[in-house]
Design a protein around this ligand. Sequence first.
Ligand SMILES: Nc1ncnc2c1ncn2[C@@H]1O[C@H](COP(=O)(O)OP(=O)(O)OP(=O)(O)O)[C@@H](O)[C@H]1O
Ligand SMILES: [Mg+2]
Length: 372
Amino acid sequence: MTLYMGLMSGTSLDGVDGVLVDFATAQGPPIALRAHHHQPFEPSLRTMLLALNEPGGNELHHAELAANAIARAYAEVVRGVLRAGDALPRNVRAIGAHGQTVRHRPREFDGTGYTVQLLNGALLAELTGIDVVANLRQRDVAAGGQGAPLAPGLHAALFAAPGETRVVLNLGGIANLTVLGAQGAVIGFDCGPASALLDGWCQRHRGAPYDDDGRWAASGRVIESLLEAMLAEPFFAIAPPKSTGRDLFNLAWLDNHLLRQAHDAAPVDVQATLAALTIESIARDVRRHAGEAAQLIVCGGGAHNSHLMRGLAAQLPNVPVTTSASHGLAVDQVEGVAFAWLAHRFCERQPGNLASVTGARGPRLLGTLHPA
Ligand SMILES: Nc1ncnc2c1ncn2[C@@H]1O[C@H](COP(=O)(O)OP(=O)(O)OP(=O)(O)O)[C@@H](O)[C@H]1O
Ligand SMILES: [Mg+2]
């Protein structure tokens, strides 16, 4: 038995997903998932993290305190996962801990750029008594890569089928695609905004954390001129490797478009248009990179949004749409398992990135270790 834990908190800023996985028996799907525990962020921490996504005063001070707060929130999730999995700290070989992305600017400025995931890994090791592997994106960026997405390696291990092209779609704050080619080639990249904008607009106008099942969006009318203007964003036309985040797709970006295209639009129609933006940008990328795909396997919280799921099926009539659950892993567990897998790779001294995905100069060992 070799247990690894994965801790993921994505760009939706909804909270932390923790999983406990046994990789010793993970020869193929379904993997041996021992436990899953989700914990929402405290509103005050969420507010602090949202603020750090934008330039502000005394950033170093605020970032360090946020990194401590995240370590404490992660430690609580570790306790929840251990309880749920009936395991002890000494049973866990290592934790793969993502941290919270507040800036993602690979290859920019000086050519190397940076990506920032806030997490005090030393404090997490101190609080849990378990080895922590953190800073999982930095080495890929140092090697000229995007540092993202990192889940495609796990997607390939779990979902690839020889002789069949499959696409894995993660619907998080940002949507990302992994194309598993019939001959074993893998590409992967960020498509564009998903929950980050859908949640943000819903919070502003409805005071709800997200648009449950996409019902609000489904009751609106798509504003075609706004949709076209948003789809003209240059990011959508860039060829992979590429990645993005709240640095680009945030409410200020949306407000800018509204000002020019639809300043008096009804909020419900804007929500419908944002859902259409997510669906259309993904469908275009699937047609462009994997038109012959035998399956589109969806995971991430957005898979609970049946308005998005119906829209994808309608835009991709030749590609059957399923979810990771029909391959043995619940939609909310895939990203967490990816970070447990990255910790496993680190401990085995195996590379975690796929250079064909991130554009790095080659395979690299990802992460820094904080021994228990
Ligand atoms: N019942 C639901 N109806 C609609 N949307 C939902 C529902 N449940 C979850 N979601 C969406 O899923 C989001 C959380 O998804 P997830 O945790 O996969 O994203 P994330 O943390 O940003 O991860 P990533 O790293 O992939 O960006 C929520 O913010 C919400 O938008
Ligand atoms: Mg999440």
